[in-house]
Design a protein around this ligand. Structure first.
Ligand SMILES: C=C(O[C@@H]1C=C(C(=O)O)C=C[C@H]1O)C(=O)O
Length: 484
């Protein structure tokens, strides 16, 4: 995303923006236009978007998105409008609803910036329908236009408010805007009175994993390998889940804070549906970044542990780069992305050989991919083309993916699906929701999967899932250790 203007914004700019002729003219036009919604974007003095969420506890819907290394974070709360769809055409339905809602919003942005203006936050489920009892709350495609949203890009902070006109006079609307902005300005003051010894202990009790889970896993991998030998498909990604219980309700923002500290190179996300139900994760995998016709995605598949010394770490990376099994697993992903993007692109570019992406817990084979997209192609169309890539689905897609549910026997819900945001100018960013957990009351259900190819070893794949549980397990455990 662009990082324009960052140095030039001073905290008083928002007051100047409110007193500006442009804003006065905008307010005057409010009653002339039929659109029922207003969106106002102003630069605002800096506050950590995640802290702003914690300081605003009284919302059902909350959203957090942060990629610390890319210097972007977004928090949002409340719901003014919701875009929802289910079924095979869910991606097109979201595009259609976006076109419609565009005509309902009259937007004012005090500053020209690619992140100014309303954003829609949410994502898709892995499958076309979402059936599980808790997952159902998230739907098969769901994006929210929030009441307020804070975007932090470098040192630059934007506040976007969405409000209903409800046939009110400009004066009335102006009063509401001022009072809502004042609430935000007061947040920094509230921080000074925050209790530093907050009791956020979670007391994780146990995993609900049974010993026979390992046996079941081995037989699932063997089943997949048999299907590969029978040439039904060449690769399939199998996932498993473990659940943890805590003595108390889990606090998603506390987990999000732990994750972003440890995984600054990841997309840290939190989608809270109601105070008892959230989906959270720290994903290393970009599915889509789309801005001005440039589309960025990546192949990320093939995994190995981190070394305890520099030498061991480098040696493991070397082993991974030279493993024909992992290179095969990885190439399926790059090949599929290439094939699926080509019809929509003027060019698709990527290095011929994979590189290594190192995370705290694991290292992966990684190929960055850049495409120049043809005029008129929508971001959801591209997400639909890519999802699921063989990094979380299988290869060939149509032959392998139908077997996933049958073999796995778990409800993936939004795990390994696209989560992120998009705006009304055609830009957006989506991660693949891996290294993630569904939080419901005092229970966390963690997910992890790995690609199975002809010569996969079930034991090694089991250990790989253990590595992939680490981010969420650590975040849950740290709560325990830090406050016990
Ligand atoms: C499926 C997951 O990860 C994916 C599978 C990988 C693999 O099989 O090596 C590596 C990265 C991810 O694309 C997961 O973390 O749950």
């Amino acid at each position: 995303m662009d990082r324009e203007n960052s140095e030039f914004v001073i905290p008083t700019t928002f007051i100047e923006s409110l007193e500006s002729q442009a804003f006065t003219d905008f307010l005057r036009s409010v009653n002339e236009k039929k659109s029922p919604l207003l969106s106002i974007t102003l630069p605002i003095a800096g506050i950590d978007p995640l802290a702003a969420l914690e300081l605003n506890p009284d919302y059902d819907e909350k959203f957090y998105w942060a990629h610390p290394e890319n210097s972007i974070s977004i928090s949002a709360a409340g719901m003014v409008r919701e875009l929802k769809a289910t079924g095979r055409n869910r991606f097109d339905k979201i595009t259609d609803q976006t076109v419609r809602i565009k005509n309902e919003i009259q937007a004012y942005t005090a500053i020209q910036h690619s992140m100014a203006g309303p954003l829609f936050l949410g994502g898709y489920s892995f499958a076309d329908h979402n059936v599980g009892q808790v997952w159902k709350k998230f739907g098969a495609a769901r994006f929210v236009l929030p009441e307020w949203m804070l975007v932090e890009i470098g040192n630059f902070h934007l506040l976007t408010l969405a409000l209903e006109k409800n046939g009110r006079a400009a004066d009335d609307i102006y009063q509401e805007i001022i009072s809502r902005i004042t609430d935000f300005l007061n947040l920094a003051g509230k921080l000074q009175h925050t209790d530093h010894n907050q009791d956020i202990q979670s007391n994780i009790l146990c995993t609900l994993q049974a010993p026979e889970d390992h046996k079941k896993w081995v037989s699932k991998v063997e089943k997949a390998k048999k299907l590969i030998r029978e040439e039904k498909f060449e690769k399939i990604v199998l996932a498993r889940s473990v659940s943890f219980e805590s003595k108390r309700e889990l606090i998603p923002t506390v987990l999000a804070h732990k994750l972003r500290e440890k995984y600054p190179a990841c997309y840290n996300f939190m989608i809270q549906r109601d105070p008892q139900t959230s989906f959270i994760g720290a994903s290393p995998e970009r599915l889509a970044s789309f801005n001005n016709g440039t589309f960025l995605t990546e192949g990320l598949a093939g995994s190995i542990s981190r070394g305890k010394s520099a030498m061991e770490d480098a040696s493991l990376a070397h082993t991974l780069l030279n493993s024909s099994k992992d290179r095969e697993e990885h190439n399926f992903v790059v090949q599929a992305i290439d094939d699926n993007l080509k019809p929509f692109s003027d060019s698709v570019e990527h290095p011929k050989k994979p590189q290594i992406k190192k995370l705290q817990n694991v290292q992966h084979l990684f190929t960055p991919i850049r495409a120049s997209i043809k005029e008129g192609v929508e971001i959801h169309e591209l997400v639909e083309q890519l999802h699921p890539t063989p990094a979380v689905g299988g290869y060939p897609r149509d032959e392998s993916v139908p077997y996933i549910q049958e073999i796995e026997q778990i409800d993936r819900g939004w795990y390994s699906a696209p989560v992120g945001w998009f705006n009304l100018k055609g830009s957006g960013e989506f991660a693949v929701a891996i290294r993630s957990a569904l939080l419901h009351h005092n229970r966390a259900q963690l997910f992890a999967g790995c690609g199975i190819v002809a010569d996969s070893d079930p034991e090694k794949e089991w250990n790989e899932t253990l590595l992939k549980f680490v981010p969420l397990m650590d975040a849950l455990n740290q709560l325990n250790i830090a406050y016990e």
